[in-house]
Design a protein around this ligand. Sequence first.
Ligand code: ATP
Ligand code: MG
Length: 358
Amino acid sequence: MNQLVDDAATSPAGGRRTVLDVRDLRVQVDTARGTAAIVNGLSYSVAAGETVAVVGESGSGKSVSVMALLGLLPGHARVSGTAAFRGRDLLAMSEAELRTVRGNGIGMVFQDPMTSLNPVLTVGRQLTEGLLAHGRAGGRRAARARAAELLADVGLPDPKGALDRYPHELSGGMRQRVVIAIALSGDPALLIADEATTALDVTVQAQILELVAGLQREHGTGVVWITHDLGVVAGTADRVLVMYGGRCVEDGSVDDVFETPAHPYTRGLLGALPALHDDDGADGAPAERPDLVAIGGTPPPPTDLPAGCVFWPRCPVRGDERCATEQPPLVPVRGGGPVPHRAATFYGDRLQQAEVGA
Ligand SMILES: Nc1ncnc2c1ncn2[C@@H]1O[C@H](COP(=O)(O)OP(=O)(O)OP(=O)(O)O)[C@@H](O)[C@H]1O
Ligand SMILES: [Mg+2]
């Protein structure tokens, strides 16, 4: 429990309103191979106007962790913890309340656009229904005009023509842009984007990132941005949360985590993208280049997580008995900037040892 108190005390939201506050989120699913512990005590918050990027290898629980917030997991998934959205716990809401929040308050874009689109309704209908339902457009005609404007904003060619098309008549990239337009149409307080721009070409991606940044400036939208693209993280996020085995193993400002990663896993992850470290540091000096460590092996399946540190079987540091038996808590890293920088390892060189030893 102390962990939760510490988290709240060091909330990076600072003076800004907290839009989303996730505490001790856990997701388990019973499978034929035993219980899969997919998300294991995840806590983070997102302030108004802030972008928190979530990174981590495939299977680390990124998608499941956000689907749990929105009540989109299959019924047999066991979800616990709290997730306050504008002060109300999403995890305690009824399906009807969640539907309202999903349409008006939280915008979401998932990896596969077809999961969010209704195949039997035209693009125009899907966009205008949301606009009309939330009173964001006068009448049907105004809603259509606004819908076309939104499609133009996400870079869809011939936006007016696209209004009368069905999802299957569009390419994958176009469908993804329609989903993004729908997600942004309600001026959401929170946007959850799961690999939202991965399939899009770089020009369109840049246009969409700019659009989201505009929404954040104008409406203070908080953003959770799940991506494999560390270039996008560096360019758009304020903070980054590194997930491994359903846990946060490191979080902090993008500058702190990218320039001086404390967790061996983060170092390995960043090492996979050496070009990223060629940027100059804020003071004009070259950024410190972390050891380029290729991470050998694969992540453990959620049905078979190691007892101690979830990363130790692959860890290049090769710790000791303690790593095999004890879970390292997230503790502050020394020497970072104003935003708390934390890592969950017994072998980060700049960890506040007093707390590690506690
Ligand atoms: N309904 C389910 N039942 C059982 N296991 C599941 C279920 N959904 C996801 N998982 C497992 O949970 C783990 C995390 O999945 P998740 O989709 O959240 O990963 P991810 O971090 O989003 O990966 P990627 O980067 O590939 O999108 C995976 O091992 C996956 O197989
Ligand atoms: Mg995913």
